[in-house]
Ligand binder design. Structure first.
Ligand code: A2P
Length: 260
């Protein structure tokens, strides 16, 4: 019997969880040499038909201390990569380029009092990493995670993440600082509507019992669709927030939820 072909930069699938027809998460072995900052992304993929790797950017959802790497993905029926990636099984190989980069990192934000993490859909992935990193709670007095999805089922990944945090050995003691604010837009849930509306008209702050968002105390990380990112950016810029980057920390940072 022939030995299986070893892909370049290959990692092995250890676990897959399907949440809905559109969403799944998977875990890969971690290259020993891979170091990353919570919130960064890497390129992941499978061999393409032309023999060249078919790669897409994926935020690492696991914390930087984890032995494995976790990813959270949409399934696009005719998407070149996700139409195939959604069928991976434990033991399969996935290509992972071990060069993490990204702007949703603590180093790109100025010090502040509160950290808002604003996600739609799979944009929660980098925040799943940051929420399991003790630095997130050391840097801020309050951490607010908002997650908007179409339906309650699509909130499941975030709900499980938040529910597991109190038992987490590294951050469990700090989790009282976290406020979780899920909303849905297309099916009934406790809180309905686009997060842009909740922020723009001050309802989010009122509901959380916090002052309205202001650059003097608040820092924001945004990860969602292009439309969400643009709309939140506009709201923040109008309030005087300045965008940050690795080389120049600011009041907010933004990255799109990549595979769509
Ligand atoms: P909506 O259902 O009103 O489009 P998707 O599954 O398409 O990635 O969307 C995930 C969530 O992000 C949905 O709840 C969607 O709301 C919301 N969303 C998409 N675009 C925006 C935007 N520009 N501002 C606020 N929320 C948005």
């Amino acid at each position: 019997m022939n030995a299986p072909v070893q892909l370049p930069d290959a990692q092995v699938v250890t676990r897959i969880t399907h949440f809905t027809e559109r969403l799944f998460s998977f875990r890969l072995t971690r290259p020993r040499s891979l170091r990353f900052r919570s919130g960064e992304f890497v390129m992941i993929g499978l061999p393409g038909d032309n023999g060249r790797p078919l790669l897409r950017a994926y935020s690492i959802a696991s914390p930087s201390w984890d032995e494995e790497l976790e990813f959270y993905s949409i399934k696009v029926p005719d998407g070149p990569l996700t139409s195939r990636l959604q069928h991976i099984q434990p033991g399969d190989q996935v290509i992972l380029r071990p060069k993490p980069v990204g702007t949703l990192v603590h180093g790109a934000l100025r010090p502040g009092k509160r950290l808002y993490l604003i996600a739609t859909g799979t944009g929660i992935a980098p925040f799943a990493s940051l929420l399991r990193d003790p630095e997130t709670y050391e840097r801020f007095e309050d951490v607010i995670l908002t997650h908007s999805c179409r339906t309650p089922e699509e909130l499941t990944y975030g709900e499980r993440l938040v529910a597991a945090l109190p038992e987490d050995p590294l951050v469990g003691a700090h989790v009282r600082k976290l406020r979780y604010f899920p909303t849905t837009t297309r099916a009934q849930s406790a809180q309905m509507g686009r997060i842009t509306d909740w922020i723009a008209d001050g309802r989010l702050a009122a509901r959380l019992g916090l002052p309205d968002l202001t650059p003097s105390t608040d820092r924001v990380m945004i990860c969602g669709s292009i439309g969400l990112n643009t709309d939140i950016k506009e709201i923040l810029e109008a309030r005087g927030f300045k965008e940050g980057a690795n080389a120049k920390p600011g009041d907010y940072v933004v990255e799109k939820a990549f595979v769509s």
